[in-house]
Design a protein around this ligand. Structure first.
Ligand code: HEC
Length: 117
């Protein structure tokens, strides 16, 4: 009977350890994929007409390092920004970018500093 109890405790501990491992794996991965999205978003930004009017990606990177505001000054909410870029005449290339690339582009723009110190 004692052995059985010990095995039950062991089984519960193993299940718990497994759950913790899965959790670490999943949370680690989502951080990585978020970072990859931002990186791809920078490429989307650099490969469309955005830099005709806005700063080049490498300048924006320097600004981020210095904690200076990037592109977003007004529409700090993601939904408002998407709404603006989708409907503004000067941003008509935005709707021609694929949905996946657009998501990455938004993640990139929002990864730049949004509020002045
Ligand atoms: C023809 C010039 C032009 C092009 C091309 C252009 N923009 Fe803009 N963009 C502007 C102007 C002007 C504003 C400021 C308008 C405003 O805030 O009402 C602006 C504002 C923005 C903002 C700030 C919005 C905010 O809420 O502060 C973002 C982000 C942005 N553009 C991203 C982009 C991206 C991404 C592209 C490429 C897909 C792009 N722009 C292409 C002219 C341009």
């Amino acid at each position: 009977m004692k052995l059985r109890r010990a095995l039950q405790v062991l089984a519960v501990l193993l299940l718990f350890a497994f759950a913790v491992m899965v959790w670490f794996y999943l949370s680690g991965r989502s951080v990585v994929s978020q970072r990859e999205g931002v990186q791809r978003g920078e490429e989307v930004y650099a490969s469309h007409d955005c830099t005709d009017c806005h700063l080049a990606a490498h300048i924006l990177k320097q600004k981020r390092e210095k904690n200076e505001v990037g592109l977003i000054r007004v529409r700090k909410n993601a939904a408002d920004l998407v709404q603006f870029l989708s409907s503004d005449e000067r941003h008509k290339t935005f709707v021609m970018i694929s949905a996946g690339d657009r998501d990455d582009l938004i993640a990139y723009l929002r990864s730049l500093v949004m509020t002045a110190k």
